[in-house]
Design a binder for this molecule. Structure first.
Ligand SMILES: O=c1ccn([C@@H]2O[C@H](COP(=O)(O)O)[C@@H](O)[C@H]2O)c(=O)[nH]1
Length: 309
C-alpha cells in the first residue's frame, strides 16, 4: 500500500490528505434538515448527515488527492450508526481509488493490539470464513506500550501489505509534556523515531517503508531532525491549517526526492465554506469550497517546496 500511496502522490502532485472529521456543527443546515426529517433527531439522523456531508466532499475532491484520513472519534460519537458510516466512508473512498488512513490511534497489550489490527487493517476468520471488518489501508498507532503493542500491527501489515503511522511527535500544544522529556540526554520523540526507523527497515516497499510516523506541522524544527532519523519512513503531518501549520513550515519534513511526507488538513478543508476566503461558495456549495481549499493547500505546499530548491 505504501507503493500505491507514493504513486498516487506522484500522479496528483498533491502531498496531502483530506481529513474527514465531520463534526455536526460543520455540516450545513440543509443536509442536517434532510437527514433529521428522514431519520429523526437521533444517532441515525446524525450519522446520515455525516454520510451525505462526506460523500459530497469526496465527490468534489477525490480527483485532486491521493488519500483521506477519517478520524474514527468523529464517527464513534454517534455510536453504532456512526461506525457504520465510518465503514461506508472507507468503502466509498476505496471505490474512488483513494488511499484510506484510519486515524484510530490504537495500541495495547499484544493480544488486544492483534484484535485491533485484524479489525482495521486485516481480516477475521469466523469458522473458516474470512471477513474484512473495516478495511483501511493504513492506521495510526500509539507506541506508548512498547514493541509488543506494535508487533501485532506490523505482523498484520506484512501479511496484508497495509501500513502504519506511529505517533512520534504529535501536533497538540502539550505534546511536549511527555514526548520532549529527556532520557539519557535525548528527547523521547527522537528515541521513538529511531524505533520507527528500525521497525520500518524490515518493512520496505519499493522506495519507502510501510511503517511511517506522525509528526505535527506545529513543530517544524523537530520535524527536520526526525526526517533525518527516519529517512525511509513516510511522515503523516497533521496540524496544517486549523492548528496553524503552513507550507513554509513543512519543507524539512520532505526528503530531497520531494517525497516522504503527506500533510493532513481536516477542518481547513471540510469546513472551508465557513472561512472568509471561501464564503462566496455559501453553505449549499460547501463541496466546491472544499475543492478550492484543497487546490490552495496543494499550491501552498508545492510553492514552499519549489522555493526551497
Ligand atoms: O499529532 C496529531 C495526530 C493526529 N491529529 C489528528 O489530525 C486531525 C487534525 O485536524 P485539523 O482539523 O486539521 O486540525 C484530527 O483528526 C486530529 O485528531 C492531530 O491533529 N495531531
Amino acid at each position: 500500500m505504501i507503493n500505491k500511496l507514493v504513486e498516487k502522490i506522484r500522479k496528483t502532485k498533491a502531498p496531502i490528505v483530506v481529513g474527514l472529521d465531520p463534526m455536526l456543527n460543520y455540516i450545513p443546515d440543509h443536509i442536517q434538515e434532510a437527514a433529521f426529517s428522514e431519520f429523526g433527531e437521533t444517532l441515525e439522523g446524525a450519522a446520515e448527515a455525516v454520510w451525505q456531508f462526506n460523500k459530497e466532499i469526496i465527490d468534489k475532491t477525490y480527483d485532486l488527492i491521493p488519500a483521506v484520513k477519517p478520524q474514527i472519534a468523529m464517527y464513534e460519537q454517534f455510536g453504532i450508526p456512526g461506525l457504520e458510516v465510518f465503514k461506508r466512508t472507507v468503502d466509498y473512498c476505496k471505490a474512488k481509488d483513494l488511499v484510506v488512513i484510519g486515524d484510530i490511534k490504537r495500541g495495547d497489550i499484544g493480544s488486544t493490539s492483534m484484535a485491533y489490527a485484524r479489525g482495521h487493517i486485516g481480516k477475521v476468520s469466523i469458522r473458516g470464513k474470512e471477513y474484512t471488518p473495516f478495511g483501511e489501508d493504513f492506521v495510526t498507532v500509539n507506541p506508548y506500550l512498547g514493541s509488543d503493542g506494535i508487533s501485532p500491527f506490523i505482523d498484520v501489515c506484512k501479511e496484508e501489505r497495509r501500513g502504519l503511522f506511529i505517533l512520534v511527535k504529535t501536533s497538540n500544544p502539550s505534546s511536549g509534556e511527555f514526548q520532549d522529556r529527556l532520557i539519557d540526554g535525548r528527547p523521547l520523540y527522537e528515541l521513538v523515531g529511531e524505533k520507527v526507523a528500525e521497525w520500518g527497515e524490515e518493512c520496505m516497499g519499493e522506495e519507502y517503508s510501510y511503517i511511517g510516523a506522525v509528526v505535527g506541522a506545529t513543530y517544524p524544527e523537530m520535524g527536520k531532525v526526525l526526517r533525518k532519523i527516519m529517512p525511509k519512513s513516510y511522515i503523516l503531518v497533521p496540524g496544517y491549517g486549523a492548528q496553524g501549520g503552513q507550507g513554509k513550515d513543512l519543507v524539512h519534513f520532505f526528503n530531497e526526492d520531494g517525497l516522504g511526507a503527506i500533510v493532513n488538513s481536516s477542518r481547513g478543508i471540510i469546513a472551508a465554506y465557513k472561512q472568509e476566503a471561501y464564503a462566496k461558495y455559501g453553505a449549499k456549495n460547501f463541496g466546491d469550497a472544499s475543492r478550492a481549499a484543497v487546490e490552495a493547500m496543494v499550491s501552498d505546499i508545492n510553492g514552499a517546496l519549489e522555493a526551497a530548491k
